[in-house]
Design a protein around this ligand. Structure first.
Ligand code: KIV
Length: 269
């Protein structure tokens, strides 16, 4: 008899971790990285940060639903354990709850992921309520919301001064609307602390300090593959770009010196 695969972690499982042991989340965009991270983390986000890490764009604004579906499918097909969440890209959900539902339903049906993430606070509460009531678990995303970079005027720290009150209002609104978790990005620690204490949904911090119920980082930052810049909130756990560069340098030298391929790589008659 074969052992049935372990039950994957669901959005309600993530919600039930509020105030418990920290929830470990990371982004992944491909099958190969998903195979590595899936047994280790609680949640995998197919983030629209793939704009930069995969497609070389300068912001997340140009990502399309088709791009998210292609990568979401690769990740959801490979994951066996972690809860897989796919980002809804800019322009695919803000117009109305109905537009958001159409996009989310397509993303879930075509990728096999368990939930979607969308950016926005109180303005998105109606949409989050609409989706949650129709079988679409939603991860909310407040604080620095990169899809609004043009309106925000940059990627600065959020939640300082008077903005703290507005952020708490946003967090309560998305949690009460039914979000199963709330990402808080690049936000002053006192606000992240207040929000975490006040809302029912677990908070997942990225640049919001260890007070949150969990943490998320972009995989390419964690492994040192993305090296153009390093945000203050990133801890690099490996230097993969350096390792890859050394490997490719050695390969090219071997090719040029006819040391590769060797006899062991050759097919005999
Ligand atoms: O797109 C992304 O990768 C994200 C996070 C890192 C939270 O939204």
């Amino acid at each position: 008899m074969t052992t049935p695969p372990a039950k994957p972690i669901t959005p309600p499982d993530i919600k039930s971790r509020k105030g418990q042991s920290p929830i470990a989340c990371i982004t992944s965009y491909t099958a190969l990285t998903t195979r590595i991270v899936d047994p280790l983390v609680d949640l995998i986000l197919v983030g629209d940060s793939l704009a930069m890490t995969v497609y070389g764009m300068t912001s997340t604004v140009g990502v399309t639903v088709d791009m998210m579906i292609a990568h979401g499918r690769a990740v959801a097909r490979t994951a066996r354990h972690a809860c897989v969440v796919v980002d809804l890209p800019f322009g695919s959900y803000e117009e109305s709850p109905a537009q958001a539902f159409r996009t989310a339903a397509r993303v879930i049906a075509e990728t096999g992921c368990s939930a979607v993430k969308l950016e926005g606070g109180a303005d998105m509460a109606e949409t989050i309520h609409f989706l949650s009531r129709r079988g679409v678990p939603v991860m909310a995303h407040i604080g620095l919301t990169p899809q609004s970079v043009n309106a925000l005027g940059g990627y600065g720290v959020r939640g300082r001064g008077e903005e703290a009150v507005a952020m708490l209002t946003d967090a309560i609104a998305v949690s009460d609307a039914g979000a199963f978790s709330v990402v808080i990005e690049k936000t002053a620690e006192p606000v992240a602390r207040d929000i975490t204490a006040r809302i029912d949904a677990p908070t997942i911090g990225i640049g919001a300090s260890a007070v949150c119920d969990g943490q998320i980082l972009v995989i390419d930052d964690v492994i040192g593959l993305f090296t153009e810049f390093r945000p203050k909130f990133v801890r690099r756990y490996a230097e993969v770009a350096t390792t890859v560069e050394a490997a490719i340098t050695a390969y090219v030298e071997d090719v040029r010196a006819r040391r590769f391929p060797g006899p062991e790589h050759v097919f005999k008659a």
